[in-house]
Design a protein around this ligand. Structure first.
Ligand SMILES: Cc1cc2nc3c(=O)[nH]c(=O)nc-3n(C[C@H](O)[C@H](O)[C@H](O)COP(=O)(O)OP(=O)(O)OC[C@H]3O[C@@H](n4cnc5c(N)ncnc54)[C@H](O)[C@@H]3O)c2cc1C
Length: 383
């Protein structure tokens, strides 16, 4: 039987799978609903794992103008604590990163359809059928589900825990804000959530907020009311935003984020946020997305089935997901928040440890990849 692969979703996970499959000589088809470069709800923080994976896939964030980040700052009310990150990181907008990954997928030989939305997935014997919003259908032997934060009906991720809302805006910073954020990512804690701020390419600043749905409603349910409430809680937040010009006509928003979700073994290859949703404060979601896309493609090439891939991925991610879940619960809990900044001040090594332990598992060793030109290494996660 001809082994054909269809990838639904062209974010980091879908592109990583498409590039890996295409490089191996398969001819995957990728379907992406947005048509052209798009802003997406995400803090735009690329951890070392994301950078390594993106480079391995042929996309260098630094060449795309990414801004280096070496420090993390935690803020609660008027208290600030700062620590060096134990790894390199950068800020790069998803508009730029995702488009570069899609281009790379095309370049590697994948057939990429943009502006097409998948509405339904069904099966017909040994084939999967993908039904598009325009009524057309495509069939394939294997489907890789990489729709990220968006569920396809009948394949919605089951999650009984609390769900969060994600919101995002870019700013043209006044000089003071640009200076404050130079080389740093800032996380402001407020009851029910946290707000991340950092620089990205083009001299812009991104503000991305994660807040529990219930808390968001209590704050009034709008961007304006939420940011005003955060500003009242943390004067620094209000001060650094005042005078900065919003650059999008409206904030971007996504609801129903199931922080902590991990997919059970399914007959589909679930990638990225469809496989696992790590709390945003770790800034490692894109690394997991890229890693899962790469490993699902490699598993498929090696004739492994989807449940086996899913089990291996789930086991590998379990420790970092557990710690991230714990940090997230502490980070949004008004009872615990006052202790966070003093803890970080007195035990800066704890912050570095937490940051290191919420990365992809194992020791990152850079092994020469025989399929790539010399000088480019393959991300490999060993013991
Ligand atoms: C508030 C917030 C802040 C975050 N900040 C960070 C951060 O700073 N750093 C970090 O590493 N991670 C962060 N994350 C996590 C990160 O955004 C995700 O883990 C990552 O985007 C997952 O990649 P993905 O490819 O699985 O999905 P996505 O990035 O969501 O991409 C999915 C793609 O599929 C497409 N698609 C969706 N539905 C369909 C359909 N029906 N048909 C066709 N195409 C479809 C979409 O258009 C999209 O391009 C954050 C998440 C949130 C919620």
């Amino acid at each position: 039987m001809r082994r054909d692969a269809l990838i639904v979703g062209g974010g980091p996970a879908g592109c990583a799978a498409a590039i890996t499959l295409a490089r191996a000589g398969c001819h995957p088809t990728l379907i992406e609903r947005s048509n052209g470069p798009t802003d997406k709800v995400c803090g735009d923080f690329l951890s070392v794992d994301s950078i390594q994976h993106a480079r391995f896939l042929g996309v260098d964030p630094i060449e795309l103008g990414a801004v280096p980040i070496s420090r993390v700052r935690l803020i609660h009310r008027d208290r600030v604590a700062e620590s060096e990150l134990p790894f390199m990181a950068v800020g790069l907008s998803r508009r730029v990163l995702d488009e570069a990954l899609l281009d790379q997928a095309r370049h590697a030989g994948a057939i990429v359809h943009t502006g097409k939305e998948v509405r339904r997935l069904t099966r017909d014997g040994s084939k999967s059928i993908v039904v598009l919003a325009d009524g057309n259908a495509l069939s394939a032997g294997t489907v890789f589900l990489a729709t990220g934060k968006h569920d396809i009906r009948a394949h919605a991720r089951a999650w009984s825990g609390p769900r969060a809302v994600g919101l995002k805006m870019y700013f043209d910073p006044r000089n003071e804000l640009a200076r404050i954020l130079e080389g740093a990512t800032e996380l402001t804690l407020f009851p029910g959530g946290y707000a991340g701020m950092q620089s990205v390419e083009g001299g812009r600043v991104v503000l991305c907020i994660a807040v529990h749905q219930k808390a968001f409603k209590q704050y009034g349910g709008t961007w304006a009311l939420l940011t005003r409430a955060i500003g009242q809680f943390s004067p620094r937040f209000a001060e650094i935003l005042s005078g900065s010009r919003p650059l999008l006509p409206n904030p971007l928003a996504i609801a129903g984020v199931p922080y902590g979700y991990r997919s059970p073994p399914l007959s589909l290859f679930c990638l990225g946020d469809q496989a696992a949703v790590i709390p945003s404060l770790t800034g490692d979601g894109m690394a997991i997305a890229l890693h899962s896309g790469l490993s699902a493609a490699r598993a498929w090439i090696a004739h492994q089935d989807a449940p086996a891939y899913q089990r291996t991925l789930g086991q590998a991610l379990a420790p970092q997901m557990r710690l991230a879940g714990w940090l997230h619960r502490a980070g949004v809990n008004p009872g615990f928040q006052p202790a966070v900044v003093p803890l970080m001040r007195f035990f800066p090594s704890l912050t570095r440890l937490a940051a290191a332990r919420t990365r992809l598992p194992g020791r990152l060793s850079l092994l020469p990849d025989p399929t790539r030109p010399s000088g480019i290494s393959s991300p490999h996660w060993g013991q």
